[in-house]
Structure formats: C-alpha cells, structure tokens
Design a binder for this molecule. Structure first.
Ligand code: ADP
Ligand code: MG
Length: 480
C-alpha cells in the first residue's frame, strides 16, 4: 500500500483531442468516425509520391480557440515538422506534428478540489495528425489495419508535472472534456477515441523538488482508466523504491480487465525521430486580427459563467454544475431565467422534467425556446400554489410540449388548478376525517405519522386541487 506520508506523486498528462473538423488535417478526406475500414484514404493520406498536402484552416482555428480558452500565448509564426518512425499504421512513415513550435504556449485550466480551486499549468497545446489504427482482436493470427483515422487532426495538450494525485488527474481530464465540448472543437467521446490521454508518473520523497524517473502509461481511453492506471502506478513505483529496486523509464499500457499496467517498451530517446520541417507544407503566419476574430467568437467560458450565475441567480453549486455541463442547456436556462424571477424553480425544472422530456425525445431546445412564455406561466402557476408540481410536471407540461399552448387555459379547462379556497379544502378534510374515525382516534393518541395518510386521502378526493400547505395546516388545526 501507498505510504502517503513519505512520498509525493508527480504527474504530467498529455491529452490528445480529435478536432471536430469535417476533413483531415492535410487533405479533403472525410475525418468522421465509424466508416467502413480504409474508405477515407486518398493518395494524400497514403503519402503517395507526388501528392501535396494542404493545411486545414479550420483545424488551426480550433487549436487557437482552445488556446485562447486556456489563456495560452498564441504563436504567430508556425510550421509543421516530420516525426519519422516506422509503424504499420503510419502510411507515410512519419507523423506531421509541431515539434518545437506549438501553436499555443502555456495557459491554465482550473479544477475544483474539495480543498478549493487548483490551477493546472499547461506547457503547450500543439497540432498534429493522428495515425491509423492497428486492430489486434479481430483475427487470431493477423493484425488488421484501418487507415481512416490516419491524418485526422488532433490537438495535444501537455501539462506541466504539477498534478499530484489520481483524483486531480481525474478532475483535470473531466474539465478538459467539458471545455472542448463547450467551445465546440471536439466531441469529447472517449469510447470512440476522440479524447485519449497518456499519463506520465513519477514519485519523489516529500519535500524534494527535483523530478524522479517517470513511466508513461499510453492511450488511456476513459476517465476511469486514467484514474485506475495512475493509482496502480503510484503504488507500483513506491513498492519498487521501498524494496530497494530501481525505477526504469518505461512506456506502459493499461489492462482494463484487472486495472494493472504492463511494460511495452523502454522509453526511446526523443531525437531518434529525426525531426525536420515538412518541406511540403507552407509555414503559416497568424495575424492579430485573425486571432482577435476567433477570440470574439468564443462563448463565455464555464468558469466565468459559474461566477456570474452565482451572483445573478443564487443557485446551489450542484445546480450550477449540472446546468453548466452542456452549453445548449446553459443557454436555454439563461433564456428562460431572463423571462422570470423563479430562478431556483426553473433550475429544478431543467434538471427534472425538461431533461426527462429531452431524453425521451418529446421535445428539443429549439421548440422549447419558442414556448418560453408558456413555460414561464407554468412555473408561475406552481410557485403561486395554483397548480401542484406533480400535476404540472406529469400532466400539464407533457400536454403543452406536445401542443404548445397556455398551461393555465389547459389546467383550468381540465379542472386541474388547486382551488385554493379554504372552504373547499375544509370540506374535503371533513369528508376524509369522517371516513376514518379509527385513524383519527389513533392520531389523537399520538400516532402523528398518520397525517400523511390524511393528506393522501385529501389529495385523492380533491383530485389534486387542494393546496398541500393549506391542507397540512387545516388538518393540524382540526385534529388538535
Ligand atoms: P515526451 O515528449 O518525451 O513525452 P515531455 O518532456 O514533453 O516528454 O513530457 C511529457 C509529459 O510528461 C509532460 O506532461 C510532463 O509534465 C511530464 N513529465 C516529464 N517529466 C516527468 C516526471 N519526471 N514525472 C512526471 N511527469 C513528468
Ligand atoms: Mg509523451
């Protein structure tokens, strides 16, 4: 087990995110996931002699977008280099990447720890192309190759070695996934490999500032696996050290079947790759005006929005986190809240009935936007006790999303409004108490839990029209 007091874990993450462009980084080939194998492979992707790649401007724009969102410095002068190595899924024999000249330098992403906010320092975010895929588990004897992914655009985000636990790494990747989705540059889908992570891990004695020898666990494809791999490695490295062994710099892989890692190779030296600027690709210069135009299109970022919402709507942290998960939902909340003052109630409607209806495909944000006045009216009816939440959400809401119309008109023609009249409620209560003389006697002897039963009966015979607050207080008076 980890001796948490003696050692400190040091972790640096490299996150690859596939950019949501239509075409690949240097060719017009379709960059989408899931096509039949080897169908998105033009001669450019295959690196045939005489072909000329051309850089996809959208990919550059997306890389700048994430850089600006992280507060990175954007490099004005850029070029691509070739990283030469042989592997069957690399048709050209080299990967095009931005080796020494990342487009985004530095930057930060903040995570929320139980103990408070922590700023994770980024080293860089650079552009590169992806390789194809080797498939080992279809054939018993052969490795199959699908080159559709070769040449699709990636950004690689590299942190400084400033992460100190599996939990921090988990929160960081969660935040990155949220951010790339929020700014619309990557779908964040880890099962499809749109977001993958390599974790570099070392340990050192607490108080030491130099870095220990690291291991790198490659290609972690779920946030859970990232956490498990790091936990396993920290334990393993401590074990080696404690038993007098020596940690060797290694590249490892994660085995999700038992949450362990295994060595795939001793780490190669970086200059084995013989990097040099790609002679087929023009260097590119970014003007201030271009960068500013991207900055202008950037949506308000989740962290900023959180602070604004806290002041403006006074919601719980939980509600804010829920609603700032997805920008369509957040936008819709703001639209609805702008037309009402029941901020908390609207948040509850969003997290409850609205999500359910969206999930069941009964409506969509576009339709909901057109019926804001009806939704405002619906919440007003509930908040003013004219309609019970349960009738509102199960009956009236379902009706008005199917046929947008006034909830008040519908509720009143269908006799669903709580009358609110004291006499009516009293009449119902008297009826209920007359029906259950023994229960009344038990209640009076001290079985106060029976109040719920009387409430339920009143609700039943009033068909939900009795205001629950009024019912409770009148019942208590009558039974006293
Ligand atoms: P490479 O390109 O060979 O993978 P880098 O120096 O670019 O190496 O580092 C990659 C990642 O590894 C970065 O996130 C960095 O913070 C992290 N890292 C480097 N050294 C260590 C170490 N000793 N312990 C933990 N993480 C490290
Ligand atoms: Mg690396």
């Amino acid at each position: 087990m980890v001796d948490g007091q003696k050692y400190e874990a040091v972790i640096g993450l490299e996150i690859h995110a596939q950019l949501a462009t239509n075409s690949k980084l240097f060719s017009g080939d379709d960059a989408s996931f899931g096509a039949a194998p080897n169908t998105h492979i033009s001669p450019i992707t295959m690196g045939h002699p005489g072909t000329l790649p051309k850089t996809n401007a959208k990919a550059i724009e997306y890389a700048i977008r994430i850089g600006l969102a992280c507060g990175s410095k954007i490099a004005k002068d850029n070029y691509f280099a070739r990283k030469n190595y042989f592997y069957p899924d690399l048709p050209k024999g080299y990967q095009v990447s931005q080796h020494t000249t990342p487009i985004c330098i530095g930057g930060t992403i903040s995570i929320q720890l139980p103990s408070g906010e922590k700023i994770i320092q980024l080293n860089r975010i650079h552009l590169e192309e992806d390789a194809g895929k080797s498939i080992h588990d279809i054939s018993e004897t052969d490795t199959l190759i699908d080159l559709n992914r070769a040449g699709t655009p990636l950004i690689e985000m590299v942190t400084e070695p400033c992460i100190h636990s599996a939990e921090e790494a988990f929160l960081f990747v969660t935040e990155v996934r949220k951010l790339v989705r929020w700014i619309g540059i990557c779908d964040g889908n880890m099962e499809e490999g749109s977001l993958r992570c390599d974790a570099n891990i070392s340990i050192r004695l607490k108080g030491v500032t130099s870095l220990g020898t690291r291991v790198e666990v490659k290609n972690l494809n779920s946030i859970r696996n990232i956490k498990k791999a790091i936990e396993f490695e920290i334990d393993r490295l401590i074990q080696i050290t404690e038993t007098g062994g020596t940690i060797i710099q290694q590249t490892r892989s994660f085995d999700a079947s038992d949450d362990t890692t295994f060595s795939i190779r001793d780490k190669e030296d970086a200059n084995d790759y013989r990097y040099f600027p790609d002679p087929d690709l023009a260097p590119f210069h970014l003007t201030d005006a271009f960068i500013e135009s991207i900055q202008k299109k950037l949506p308000t970022l989740p962290a900023t929005l959180k602070k604004q919402w806290k002041l403006q709507y006074d919601l719980s942290d939980y509600a804010i986190d829920q609603l700032i998960e997805n920008n369509k939902e957040a936008d819709f909340y703001m639209e609805w809240a702008a037309a009402s003052t029941h901020y908390k109630a609207i948040a509850n409607w969003m997290i409850g009935p609205i999500r359910v209806a969206l999930h069941e495909g009964l409506t969509n944000f576009q339709t909901l936007s057109t019926m804001i006045p009806f939704l405002v009216e619906l919440v007003d009816l509930v908040e003013s006790n004219q309609l019970s939440f349960s009738v509102a959400s199960t009956k009236v809401f379902k009706q008005i999303i199917a046929h947008p119309s006034s909830p008040k008109a519908y509720a009143s023609t269908h006799n669903l409004l709580q009358t609110g009249s004291t006499e009516d409620v009293e009449k119902w209560i008297d009826e209920v108490l007359a029906m259950h003389p023994e229960k009344v006697a038990e209640y009076k002897k001290g079985k106060k839990g029976l109040l719920g039963l009387f409430m339920g009966e009143v609700k039943k015979i009033s068909k939900g029209k009795a205001d629950p607050k009024m019912t409770t207080s009148l019942l208590e008076q009558k039974l006293a």
